[in-house]
Design a protein around this ligand. Structure first.
Ligand code: FAD
Length: 636
């Protein structure tokens, strides 16, 4: 069987914000670049992002700056973040937003014509640059436009628009290939990627010394999720299988507000902008319950009365934020507790009301997609009645361990950016910090890959044996008449949702692990009847390997971390532990690839000038006695 072959300097897997920004950078640095995406070009998760991109431009409140943004990000991540990533992100996000504007993005404006910025949970000042509640769409449109502009340049220069940047859409990568010859070190170096065209099932091989993973998240391992079909953890699994490490996999963000009704749309996101723009959460008794759930570490920054919280929307200098705008992990747990206590809505959520808070015309102006979404999907007019909402699996904080400055993974030639990478958001991501993360680290990954290629002495080679193995693996489900892959998938989703969900216990996570082990065996035998032409059963059979690997990482790391922090809540270890904060959990595969092993790694201490941005009183809630003593010594 013929395998289509292509040769590039850099192959970017994923065409969301991270992938496009990486590809643009690699091409701008003169590298022949391919963008490969398993969905249609433009149909990535980024397109669904509603609220905006967080960047401390200070357009709405001039007190905002990178240091405030850095502090908010570290607090949101409960100090587990890779602080160098959080620093680069806070410093570079404004430039990346302005760059987008220069490339044609049309952001909403303030009255004096600057890019408008909105409030979001955990951000001290209005910080999210936005386009109504369709920011991701504008971001992707602008980056695509930039790709086209570069192609037009290439057409003029080389007579071929695709000479330096080409898109391969509806093309799924199933394996990364390495050159294992001793010249590339003991673990080998990236030499290319193998995949198939979804439309006709034909096989494709990319020969490239540098690969940027930008494949997004893992939500499809859970039943209730805001994520769409592409989020099967492919990049996470491809990295593991290539010998790279994943970090922070126990931290999954359950967004507090997903739709809960009707069942067919359960999990679809209700943007945080609803709360940022004044929406409030109420239980079945009509009580604004979030005031009962402000944790000790945040008490100083949040309003204690409804009146103060309400005044904050118009006078932020003299009032504290309402607790509806606590970081997402706090709000999700609070909703979970209210429902468990029997104070939920009829369909198992709570009420999110904006109808009594803003005039109807203002709701439609500020939240057009939400208005449309509820009208179309639930027959609810959000200008007249409250929405019913509940937690939904939304984002994975864990991902490929990368170098903060270059986005390089531990495998030579492998880079990762966006949701597939780990570290930036610590144990919990603040809303709006993903879109800016994609731009900041997408650019850095593209630059990192270009410099890596420039420094290479010789181009790594793909062996025939590696191609034969990748081909056999890809075609195997078509050659079996085994179990239906959908059944295995559904069982995995139920297992993860029920046993490794928002609240975790040792017995349940252990039970999940046993179940994942059995599902791994069953997945070996799944079959996909039919041909290779648009065969979704076959595609799912291949995605199962990835979802199972990722779920094993999540469950094993969740079992090991004996504390509650951000997107990891252990019923049996309810508090945050300063000792655990110094540790990162690292997942890698055993040499035979059969099992995930998880190890503890010590976090490097925060650089002196960065730790001094925090008050001692705040730090002592998070850090160990020893770290506090070091901090005191520094202050002397
Ligand atoms: P994506 O945009 O998901 O792109 C992944 C790409 O990888 C896709 O092109 C996909 O086809 C491709 N891919 C995956 N696997 C393969 C494979 N095996 N082979 C080839 N291609 C592959 N964040 C914010 O900051 N602000 C917001 O307002 C916001 N709102 C959100 C609303 C919703 C509904 C959701 C789901 C998320 C939201 N987020 C928001 C989070 C944010 O949108 C995502 O984290 C971010 O877009 C991820 O971008 P990415 O570039 O990493 O991946």
């Amino acid at each position: 069987m013929e395998i289509e072959r292509h040769e590039y300097d850099v192959v970017v897997i994923g065409a969301g914000g991270a992938g496009l920004r990486a590809a643009i950078e690699a091409r701008q640095q003169g590298k022949r670049t391919a963008i490969v995406c398993k969905s249609l070009f433009g149909k990535a998760h980024t397109v669904m992002a509603e609220g905006g991109a967080a960047a401390a431009m200070g357009n709405v409140n001039s007190k905002d700056n990178w240091m405030v943004h850095f502090r908010d990000t570290m607090r949101g991540g409960k100090f587990l973040n890779n602080w160098r990533m959080a620093e680069l992100h806070a410093k570079e996000a404004p430039d990346r937003v302005w760059e987008l504007e220069a490339w044609g993005a049309l952001f909403d404006r303030t009255k004096d014509g600057k890019i408008s910025q909105r409030n979001f949970g955990g951000h001290e000042y209005p910080r999210l640059a936005h386009v109504g509640d369709r920011t991701g769409l504008e971001l992707i449109r602008t980056l695509q436009q930039r790709v086209v502009a570069l192609q037009q340049e290439d057409e003029k220069l080389h007579g071929d628009a695709e000479a330096y940047i080409k898109v391969f859409q509806e093309c799924t990568v199933t394996r990364l290939l390495k050159d294992m010859s001793p010249a590339h070190g003991p673990g080998g170096a990236i030499a290319g990627a193998f995949g198939y065209w979804r439309e006709n099932g034909k096989l494709i091989l990319f020969d490239a010394p540098a690969i940027v993973l930008a494949t997004g998240g893992i939500g499809k391992s859970y039943v209730v999720t805001s994520n769409s079909w592409e989020y099967t953890g492919d990049g996470h699994a491809l990295a593991l299988l290539a010998g790279a490490k994943l970090i922070n996999m126990e931290f999954i963000q359950f967004h507090p507000t997903g739709m809960v009704w009707p069942p067919s749309v359960r999990g679809i996101l209700v943007t945080e902008s609803v709360r940022g723009d004044g929406g409030v959460l109420k239980n079945s008794e009509g009580k604004r319950f979030m005031f009962d759930y402000v944790p000790e570490v945040f008490k100083a920054q949040y309003a204690t009365t409804e009146e103060e919280g309400d005044r904050w929307y118009t006078d932020q200098a003299n009032n504290r934020r309402p607790p509806e705008l606590l970081p997402r992990d706090e709000v999700a747990r609070a909703i979970n507790s209210e429902v468990k206590a029997g104070r939920g809505s009829p369909q198992g959520g709570v009420y999110l009301d904006v109808s009594t808070r803003l005039p109807a015309a203002e709701i439609i102006r500020r939240l057009p997609s939400m208005h449309h979404q509820f009208k179309e999907l639930a027959d609810v007019d959000i200008t007249k009645e409250a929405m019913q909402v509940g937690p939904t699996c939304h984002y994975v904080m864990g991902g490929v361990e990368v170098d903060a400055d270059t986005a390089a993974a531990s495998v030579p030639g492998l880079f990762a950016a966006g949701e597939v990478s780990g570290g930036m958001h610590g144990s919990n991501r603040l809303g709006g910090n993903s879109l800016s993360d994609l731009l900041v680290f997408g650019r850095r990954a593209g630059a990192g890959a270009a410099s890596y290629v420039n420094a290479l002495a010789g181009r790594p080679k793909i062996s025939d044996e590696a191609v034969t193995d990748a081909k056999a693996e890809a075609l195997a489900p078509l050659q079996r008449s085994g179990e239906n892959p959908y059944e295995v998938h559904h069982e995995l989703q139920r297992t993860m949702n029920e046993l490794v969900g928002i609240i975790r216990k040792e017995e349940e996570v252990s039970e999940a692990l046993e179940s994942v082990e059995k599902l791994k065996e069953r997945a070996q035998g799944v079959g996909a009847a039919g041909s290779r032409i648009y065969n979704p059963g076959w595609h799912l059979a291949l995605d199962l390997r990835n979802m199972l690997l990722v779920s094993e990482c999540v469950a094993k790391a969740a079992l090991l971390r004996q504390e509650s922090r951000g997107g990891h809540t252990r019923d049996d270890f309810p508090g945050m532990s300063p000792e655990w904060r110094t540790k990162i959990l690292l997942c890698e595969l055993t040499p035979d690839g059969s099992e995930v092993i998880v190890q503890e790694q010590v976090q490097p201490p925060m650089r002196d000038d960065l730790i001094q941005l925090f008050d001692r009183d705040e730090l002592k809630k998070y850090i160990t006695e020893k770290e506090l003593a070091d901090f005191d010594a520094l202050a002397k």
